[in-house]
Design a protein around this ligand. Structure first.
Ligand SMILES: [Zn+2]
Ligand SMILES: [Zn+2]
Length: 302
């Protein structure tokens, strides 16, 4: 009997965490680092004051490829710099994390979900690579702004309980392109509230609670003030390249700051490691092995 109990205990220890692990990647479209972590809590009070102490932030995180929406998102989803067009005509040219996950684990389509706020981002669901492609695609949903995307996200999380989800929040980028500084800053604050809200939704769901990793990043920044300012983006300036990255939840060290230079190509291998599937095409490496420092006050208790 004792031996049997030990056996059951070991089985639980080794199998349940792997089977129950989930990852949600949020891409806040086109926020410049100077208005995110570069301003501490000014525009992102919830993420900075509440999520950051519970997780790890990377302060030198970069898009070193094309600083546009489709290439940026496709790089995050594949782990390889994607020099694809920005109009939604070309799909990723390496297998996406969704395809690798489904092909290697046998997971069904609704176990991987993509929810975007721009029609041209529907290309993220699968790549053009033979042997991968539509048979292994993610389920995909299209909204038109942060509010409709978030509504869709809540529905899908509660109905399908996907194990892997990638979300595009489009409103910061649209506000930036309008040239309205106040509107741009307000959109960042709104996204900050939605991300904090999402964390609460995950922690109040019995499937996701304590088994889920939330990663937040950007597809690209925006021009710094020496290269045209916040209204547009797309070149190689520091403002366009430097982006935020924070991870919190399962498998992530609390109250940790990593200053080593990392890139968008490291997200897919991180998701692969968290969900225990290989990402052989990705050129980056898992962020779980970043060397950083734990600083400041102890993390807040949830
Ligand atoms: Zn964008
Ligand atoms: Zn620029």
């Amino acid at each position: 009997m004792k031996l049997f109990r030990t056996f059951v205990f070991l089985l639980c220890l080794f199998s349940i965490p792997l089977l129950g692990q989930n990852v949600v990647v949020v891409v806040m479209d086109g926020a410049r680092y100077s208005e995110t972590f570069g301003s501490d809590s000014l525009y992102m009070p919830h993420v900075w004051n509440q999520l950051r102490p519970m997780g790890t932030i990377w302060t030198n995180f970069y898009n070193d490829g094309l600083t546009k929406t489709d290439p940026g998102h496709a790089t995050i989803a594949t782990g390889v710099w994607q020099h694809i067009d920005n109009k939604g005509v070309g799909r990723p040219e390496q297998p996406t994390m969704f395809e690798c996950f489904r092909k290697q684990t046998g997971a069904p389509e609704n176990a991987a979900a993509v929810v975007v706020g721009k029609v041209k981002l529907d290309i993220l669901a699968y790549s053009t690579v033979p042997g991968y492609g539509a048979s292994y695609k993610a389920s995909s949903f299209i909204g038109s702004n942060d509010t409709s995307v978030f509504r869709e996200v809540k529905n899908i999380l509660s109905i399908n309980h996907p194990r892997m989800m990638m979300i595009n929040l489009p409103s910061v980028d649209s506000a930036g392109h309008s040239g309205d500084w106040t509107g741009y800053c307000r959109a960042i604050k709104n996204a900050d509230s939605l991300i904090w809200n999402l964390w609460h939704i995950l922690q109040s769901d019995s499937v996701y609670r304590n088994t889920t990793t939330l990663i937040v990043t950007n597809d690209h920044g925006r021009h710094d003030n020496l290269h045209g300012g916040f209204k547009t983006h797309g070149d190689t300036c520091e403002g366009c390249r430097h982006i935020l990255c924070i991870a919190v939840g399962y498998g992530i060290q609390a109250h940790h700051v990593v200053r080593e230079r990392r890139t968008q190509c490291d997200i897919t291998p991180t998701v692969g490691e968290l969900l225990s599937f290989p990402t052989p095409y990705a050129i980056g490496s898992s962020l779980l092995h970043s060397r950083g420092s734990s600083e400041g006050e102890p993390p807040h208790q949830q």
